[in-house]
Structures are given as structure tokens and as C-alpha cells.
Design a protein around this ligand. Structure first.
Ligand SMILES: Nc1nc2c(ncn2[C@@H]2O[C@H](COP(=O)(O)OP(=O)(O)OP(=O)(O)O)[C@@H](O)[C@H]2O)c(=O)[nH]1
Ligand SMILES: [Mg+2]
Ligand SMILES: [Zn+2]
Length: 339
């Protein structure tokens, strides 16, 4: 029988059979899966036996390393218009990361009740001018007043979704406003206007045919999964222009290099280009790090494994380039402190 993992707690996996009763089975992982070092995630479709043992994992449609979930139809990226105010770099961080993982996104801007009419219209105009041209669906909501939720529900109908967003922006509050399931809602610290990471586990909540994964908020997500030259592909504004740059490996930062992006900077929202520059810096630092590591490995090989090693053969050189790529894929995240 097949089922979907709804929750994981210590060694227990809570699995809902796919075509069956409305029950949640409590399962353990078969030893053979543990030996294969297979890590089961919330959202995974698994094969179960005797209503109590997970014996296999089915192929994933997609998967994210953080939050650690799989088989998503849509990610809702939640920001709040105030307390905390929209953090465009952080928002772009999520968007580029999700583009990299090829997962569709819905943008939600919450707490619109905190702005007066004028400020709201100004904020809305700015947001739409940046993100509408990129093709995102966008909703403005107030979990407090339960406004904007009709459009929201329409866009998530029948889907398996996950909420991403900084702590305190109102992810759990929106969920509570949408469904009757009550989740813990935290407070926003009066000192720094940030949330306090109230949601600590990830689990699927199902209502009216929508499956929602509520996950803990996290903010630090560094660009150590992509090479600098490929970063532009995650920004549509840059991707559309880069074929016109003089050099194919252009990083779009140098005025002297006949760069189409620099020439057309007035057409790119300033916050987006700033985000690009910050992520580029991180991607470069990361590349430097993996290059150093590969170099160290090469030196090690030279010194210890082949005493007659005079020149690195072309095969070895291309191997080490491959190594850089592989290392780049070892996605590493650092999480903001949970306290
Ligand atoms: N004014 C206003 N306050 C809201 C709204 N939505 C949420 N809040 C408040 O913002 C605070 C944080 O809300 P949560 O729903 O806990 O935020 P979260 O995104 O789930 O935070 P984490 O679980 O820590 O990631 C709470 O005090 C909510 O009452 C809203 O639409 N308007
Ligand atoms: Mg929460
Ligand atoms: Zn360029």
C-alpha cells in the first residue's frame, strides 16, 4: 500500500494511505531503508506494509532541502508589509532559490491592515511593478481582518503547498484564517519587529482538498548552490538580456565590458539588481572556497599518491572542474538562531 508522510516525530512517521480511509498510520522505518541511508521527508510517497512499516520510497516529483519537504505543487512566499517590513533581498533570495529548484511560486503580502490607504496603495504599486512582469501571482492579505483570502484560496485550490517566509510575517495566522485547524501563533518582538520562530515542526494539514505544510520560518539561505556565471539565469530580467552581452561569461557588473545588462539597468528594478549583486558576491565566495578545496585535493594527490606526477593530465584537470561543480551542488544552509 502507498501513503504520504504527513508528519515525522523522532523515529515515528505518520503516514496517510493514498487511496483509503481517513486515517493516519503510525509507522517505523524498515531496517533496510536505514541501512541505505534513505532519509524520508514530509510529503514523500512511501510504500508501507502491515500498516506499520515503511519499506520503500517512491520517486519524488520535486524536493527542497530546506524546509525539508517534497512533492510540492506550489510554494507561497509570505512577506508582511509592516512588522516586519518587506525585505526585498530576502524575498529575492527565496525566489531565486525556488527558481533553481523549479517550483512554482505565489507571492503573498500580509498585514495590509497595518498600512493606511495611501501607504498601502504605494506599497502595492511598487510590488506589482517589480514582480508582476516576472509572471508571479500576487495576493495582498490581512490574516487579522481575513481579507484577500478568497483570491488566495482560489490560487491554492487542490494543491500541495508550503509556506516560506521570515518569522513573524503571519504564515500560521493565514493558515488559521483559511482553515479551522488552530496552529500556534507567535508574537512579534516589540524591540526588533521580528518574529520569534513559533512554528517548530513541519506537518501537512489538509482541508477542503488543499494540503498545506506549515514549516518553521528561516531566513539565512546562502548562495552556495550555484556558480557565479549561472546566477543570472535565475533573474529573468538578466536572463533576457545576457545573450546581448559581449562576453558569454559576463557577470554583468563591469561597465567596460560592453554588457547589455549594465546598458539597460534603467529597465531593471533597482532592488532586483541589488539582490543580484549580493548573491553574486556570495556565489563568488563559495566558488573560491570549493576551488581552494579542489586545489588542496589535487595537491594531496600530487604529493602522496603519485610520486612521478609531474604535470596534471587533462583527464585529472577536467575531473577537478567536475569536482567544483559537484561541490557546488552540496547545498549548505545556515539557519538563523531559533531562540
Ligand atoms: N496586524 C496584523 N497582525 C498579524 C497579521 N497576521 C499575523 N499577525 C500577527 O503577527 C504575529 C506573528 O504571526 P505568526 O502567524 O505567528 O507568524 P509566522 O510567520 O507563523 O511566524 P513563525 O512561526 O515564527 O515563522 C502574531 O502576533 C500575529 O497575530 C495580520 O494580517 N495583521
Ligand atoms: Mg508559524
Ligand atoms: Zn553582461
Amino acid at each position: 500500500m502507498q501513503g504520504q508522510v504527513y508528519k515525522i516525530h523522532s523515529d515515528f512517521y505518520y503516514v496517510k494511505p493514498i487511496d483509503g480511509n481517513d486515517v493516519i498510520l503510525t509507522c517505523k522505518l524498515r531496517e533496510v531503508l536505514k541501512k541505505q541511508k534513505i532519509k524520508i521527508k514530509v510529503g514523500d510517497i512511501v510504500e508501507i506494509e502491515n500498516d506499520s512499516a515503511i519499506v520503500g520510497l517512491l520517486e519524488r516529483k520535486n524536493t527542497l532541502p530546506r524546509p525539508n519537504v517534497s512533492n510540492l505543487d506550489l510554494v507561497v512566499v509570505v512577506s508582511s508589509l509592516l512588522e516586519p517590513a518587506v525585505d526585498y533581498i530576502q524575498l529575492d533570495r527565496y525566489l531565486t532559490f525556488l527558481k533553481f529548484h523549479k517550483i512554482p511560486v505565489l507571492l503573498c503580502f500580509n498585514k495590509d491592515d497595518l498600512l493606511d490607504k495611501n501607504s498601502f496603495e504605494k506599497a502595492q504599486k511598487e510590488i506589482l511593478s517589480i514582480y508582476k512582469p516576472l509572471g508571479y501571482d500576487i495576493v495582498f492579505t490581512s490574516a487579522l481582518l481575513k481579507s484577500g483570502l478568497g483570491d488566495f484560496k482560489e490560487l491554492i485550490k487542490g494543491k500541495t503547498i508550503v509556506f516560506l517566509g521570515l518569522s513573524g510575517v503571519g504564515k500560521s495566522s493565514i493558515l488559521n484564517a483559511l482553515s479551522k485547524k488552530i496552529l500556534r501563533v507567535g508574537s512579534v518582538s516589540q524591540k526588533n519587529k521580528r518574529g520569534t520562530h513559533t512554528t517548530r515542526h513541519c506537518e501537512i494539514i489538509e482541508f477542503e482538498g488543499i494540503k498545506i505544510m506549515d514549516t518553521p520560518g528561516f531566513s539565512r539561505l546562502t548562495f552556495d548552490f550555484i556558480l557565479p556565471k549561472d546566477l543570472g539565469d535565475l533573474f529573468d530580467e538578466i536572463k533576457n538580456l545576457k545573450s546581448l552581452c559581449k562576453y558569454s561569461d559576463c557577470l554583468h557588473t563591469d561597465e567596460d565590458e560592453d554588457c547589455a545588462v549594465i546598458k539597460n539597468l534603467n529597465k531593471i528594478p533597482i532592488s532586483r539588481y541589488q539582490s543580484y549583486l549580493s548573491f553574486l558576491k556570495e556565489a563568488k565566495e563559495f566558488k573560491q572556497k570549493v576551488t581552494n578545496e579542489s586545489q588542496k585535493e589535487e595537491d594531496f594527490v600530487k604529493k602522496h599518491l603519485d610520486k612521478n606526477f609531474v604535470k596534471i593530465s587533462s583527464k585529472k584537470r577536467s575531473l577537478s572542474r567536475k569536482k567544483i561543480k559537484q561541490n557546488t551542488r552540496n547545498i549548505h544552509y545556515s539557519e538563523e538562531s531559533d531562540d
